[in-house]
Ligand binder design. Structure first.
Ligand code: AMP
Length: 114
């Protein structure tokens, strides 16, 4: 099912886009939880992590990690470190059911997460 992220992919609503490729879009989170908070999403509609299959989506997942590393480098947080998060389902805290990888950095992260 289409979510607000489909509208961002289709440029129907604006977003602060930091990276785009044939398969991936990355944009700044509208409600950032850290000085750097970017969402990395596939352009195809995959609702959540449990819909992924390594046999089918390994290239896409690789593209998402490559994008995260590039953005972390571009934003100057690669050296000091950062966190990558997939929230999955209600207990995971997922609000938007279009797969997205959170890239968080620019401050020390807490562990365990809330
Ligand atoms: P999650 O809770 O893992 O589903 O994360 C969804 C994230 O999407 C939240 O951090 C929201 O702040 C973010 N978000 C929702 N709508 C927008 C939007 N229009 N542009 C950018 N980020 C958004």
């Amino acid at each position: 099912m289409a979510t607000i992220f489909s509208k961002i992919i289709n440029k129907e609503i604006p977003a602060d886009i930091v990276f785009e490729s044939e398969t991936i879009l990355a944009f700044k989170d509208i409600n950032p939880k850290a000085p750097v908070h970017v969402l990395i999403i596939p352009k195809i509609e995959i609702p959540k992590v449990t819909d992924l299959k390594a046999s089918e989506h390994s290239l896409l997942l690789g593209d998402m990690i490559d994008a995260a590393n590039k953005i972390a480098n571009d934003m100057g947080i690669a050296e000091e470190g950062f966190r990558l998060v997939f929230n999955c389902g209600d207990n995971g805290g997922q609000e938007v059911y279009h797969l997205h990888l959170h890239l968080l950095g620019g401050r020390k992260m807490n562990w365990p997460p809330g």
